[in-house]
Design a binder for this molecule. Sequence first.
Ligand SMILES: *[C@@H]1O[C@H](CO)[C@@H](O)[C@H](O)[C@H]1NC(C)=O
Ligand SMILES: *[C@@H]1O[C@H](CO)[C@@H](O)[C@H](O)[C@H]1NC(C)=O
Ligand SMILES: *[C@@H]1O[C@H](CO)[C@@H](O)[C@H](O)[C@H]1NC(C)=O
Length: 472
Amino acid sequence: MPRCNTWKVLFVASALISIAIIFTPRDPSNDCNINSILDQHLEISQLYQQNTRPFDVREDSMEALNVPYIHYLGSPPTEKRFLAIGISTVKRKKENYLLNTVHSIFNHSSKEELDQLVVVVYLANSQHTLNKETAEELNHSFQLDVKAGRLVVISSPTRAYPTLEGLKRNYNDSPDRVKFRSKQNIDYAFLVNFCANLSHYYIMLEDDITCANNFLTSIKSNIESQKAPWTTITYSTLGYIGKLYHNADLSKLARFLLLFYDEMPCDWLLDLFFKSKAQKEIIRAKPSLFQHMGTYSSFQGSMNKLKDKDFVEVHEKYGDHPPASCSTNIEAYLDNVADNVCYLGPSFFWGKNIKKDNYFTMVFQDTLNIEKVHVITGSPDHPGDMIKAGFLELGSVKVKNKDVESCKSFRKVAQFTNGVASIKTDKPQTSDCLRITISADQDEWVIIQKLGVWLKKTREVSGSVTPGLATN
Ligand SMILES: *[C@@H]1O[C@H](CO)[C@@H](O)[C@H](O)[C@H]1NC(C)=O
Ligand SMILES: *[C@@H]1O[C@H](CO)[C@@H](O)[C@H](O)[C@H]1NC(C)=O
Ligand SMILES: *[C@@H]1O[C@H](CO)[C@@H](O)[C@H](O)[C@H]1NC(C)=O
């Protein structure tokens, strides 16, 4: 079989050639030959003698990343500001809050504060036309702020992004979810990288938030009150909103997000970042200074109703907040007592051992004409602590029984569903009390997060104004 032998010879020969190729050193520096190792050591020691480091970990690895940016509006201020505010935004199908968010930042800052901040908006739509549209809207609304160097609008070309296809499906996330969260990590990394050196501190916001009045001054005094070194302070309890960083950490953070971009969502990486810098727990400043206003999240239009319970709505107080006293027969957890609901402020009621017929009563100082009531139970951190079964009543004729104030008679006006109960009526309800009654035992505790009461506005009738009542 000479033919067959020829093939065998050819096969063996080619195998030998392949082996020879594999083991032939392509680069002399890879050679495990003792002379060349000595040569390399010699070169390195010569470099040391010249007193130049071949590589400087602190500088060479921490310079700003050479990410390409598209500048839409404004240019970075020439002098370092106190605070840079980073917002990454995508156009949503339903509700867009970006303009309100930027308005809220500027509207809640004094002149002096405005001079100390710069807002950087990162347009993260993959379509250039959408980014252009948003930039034009911002240009239209904030021309003066752009001129004053308070507003910079940027983006990065899609080609600067690493692949978002075919990534690992950690946590069994759907491919769409993986793509969404991976892109978000890159968006934030590019935004943070851009903001390096613009200011002394950097804070991350989202494109659907409202701010507390003079938040910048609050942040400043909070920073001054910190006794120990820190990496992250948060001024909100939600996701990525309101996380504060030192300028010096920004290039590190950008690299960190890029290194693990396809592993997990951005808020988890942000948590791991301060832990990697040996901060045990996040520093949570109270009260919160930022609050979500969106109900639609940017991911597939899913509902995102998370609200921050620690937020003090200075201007946008919840309801008309008529003077009242609050009482309950539910055992309060720590100092989360009933009165917290009756006084304006960031706190709430939190009760345990919830039984059927437990009540929570609000007794108004004056008889009121109520147009609307809205009660929200549960919280972002404890969504399960809502009223599972219960109802809302309005009462009239105040009575006092063993020092506990209440009303003589009550009428049922609403049931709780998903932890929320509300009424809204054109025929104002004359009331002295408002009562929440639990209608079934439940294992979960109960947080009464918000209890808003809106009153019928009295109108000015031919010059006569009822004294003591607000006119509108
Ligand atoms: C920030 O500025 C310092 C000093 O000018 C410079 O050394 C450093 O490379 C800059 N960092 C970035 C990330 O641009
Ligand atoms: C902020 O102020 C501007 C002008 O002063 C006003 O047009 C806008 O409605 C305000 N926005 C909010 C959200 O208060
Ligand atoms: C912003 O608006 C001004 C004034 O209308 C205009 O001159 C400028 O070209 C606009 N810039 C962009 C980027 O749209």
